[in-house]
Design a protein around this ligand. Structure first.
Ligand code: NAI
Length: 254
C-alpha cells in the first residue's frame, strides 16, 4: 500500500486569518506542501509579511485584504481564485467576560467574526468546489473551549460550538460531492492572540499546562498547521465531520 502524500502540488488553498498566529503558520505550511496559497486578513502589514515568508521559501502566495464579517468581500475573494481545493477558515478573535457582565454587543461581535466569518468562508468555498467538481477539503478552526466551559468563555465558546455544528452539518450536506469538512480544536497555543488576551495570561497558562497537561507545555502555531495539513491532504481522505484536537492532551487547563 502506498503512503498517502501530504503533497499539495497543483492545488489551491485559501486561508483566512493569514496575517499572523495559527493562520500564518497554516498559510506557510500549505505553501511548503506545494499549494498556491491565497491568504486573507484585515491586517495588511501582517498579510504581506506572510506572503513574503511564503515567497522566501519558494512558494506562491496571493493576498486578499478583507473583513471576514463582510460576506460580499469573502465571496469576491473566493470567486477570484477560480478553483479551490482547500479552505482553512482560521480568522477569529478572543473575547472574555463573565456571564453576568456580558453585553449583547460583545456576543454579536464575537458571533460575527468567529461564527459568521467562518460560515461565509465555508459557503463560498463549497459553492466554488461544487461548481468546479473539485473534491476539496474545508477545515474550520474551533477551540478546546467547545469541550469545557471556562471563566469568561461564554461568547467565544458559543461561537466555537456553532463552528462545530456548522462543520458537522456541512459535512453531511456536501459529502456526496466528495467535499470533506472537518474542524481543528486546538488547546492553548502561543500566538499574538494569547499574548494579547490579558497581561500575564500566557505565563499563568504555561504554568498550569506544565502541571496539568500530559505533554506539560502549551502548543506552537506550527503544530496546529500540521493538523490542518493532515485534514487538507489526501492522507485524511475518509475523514469528514470530525474534530481533531491538537491540545497536548488537555482541552483547557481549568
Ligand atoms: P491571532 O490573533 O494571532 O490571529 C488571528 C488572525 O485573524 C489575525 O491575523 C487577525 O487580523 C485575523 N482576523 C481577526 N478578525 C478578522 C476579521 N474580522 N477579518 C479578517 N481577519 C480577521 O489568533 P490565533 O491565536 O492565531 O487564532 C487563530 C484561530 O485559532 C482563531 O479562530 C482562534 O479562535 C483559534 N484558536 C486559537 C487558540 C490559541 O490558543 N491561540 C486556541 C484555540 C483556537
Amino acid at each position: 500500500m502506498a503512503v498517502k502524500a501530504y503533497d499539495l502540488t497543483g492545488r489551491t488553498a485559501f486561508v483566512t486569518g493569514a496575517a499572523g498566529g495559527i493562520g500564518r503558520a497554516c498559510a506557510v505550511l500549505l505553501a511548503e506542501a506545494g499549494a498556491l496559497v491565497h491568504g486573507a486578513d484585515r491586517d495588511a502589514t501582517g498579510l504581506h509579511e506572510t506572503a513574503a515568508l511564503i515567497k522566501d521559501r519558494g512558494g506562491i502566495a496571493r493576498t486578499h485584504l478583507l473583513d471576514v464579517t463582510e460576506h460580499a468581500q469573502v465571496r469576491q475573494a473566493v470567486e477570484s481564485c477560480g478553483r479551490l481545493d482547500v479552505m482553512a477558515a482560521v480568522a477569529g478573535i478572543m473575547h472574555s467576560s463573565p456571564v453576568l457582565d456580558t453585553r449583547e454587543e460583545d456576543l454579536d461581535r464575537v458571533l460575527d467574526v468567529n461564527f459568521k466569518g467562518v460560515l461565509y468562508a465555508c459557503q463560498e468555498a463549497a459553492r466554488l468546489m461544487i461548481s468546479n467538481g473539485t473534491r476539496g477539503s474545508i477545515v474550520t478552526m474551533a477551540s478546546g473551549a467547545v469541550d469545557t466551559g471556562g471563566p469568561g468563555l461564554l461568547c467565544y465558546g458559543v461561537a466555537k460550538a456553532a463552528v462545530v455544528q456548522l462543520t458537522k452539518t456541512l459535512a453531511t450536506e456536501v459529502g456526496r460531492h466528495g467535499i470533506r469538512v472537518n474542524a481543528v480544536a486546538p488547546g492553548w497555543i502561543r500566538t499574538p492572540m494569547t499574548d494579547r488576551h490579558d497581561p500575564g495570561a500566557q505565563e499563568r497558562t504555561e504554568a498550569l499546562m506544565s502541571r496539568m497537561s500530559p505533554l506539560g507545555r502549551v502548543g506552537e502555531p506550527d503544530e496546529i498547521a500540521h493538523a490542518v495539513l493532515h485534514l487538507a491532504s489526501d492522507a485524511s481522505s475518509f475523514t469528514t465531520g470530525q474534530i481533531l484536537r491538537p491540545n497536548g492532551g488537555v482541552a483547557m487547563p481549568w
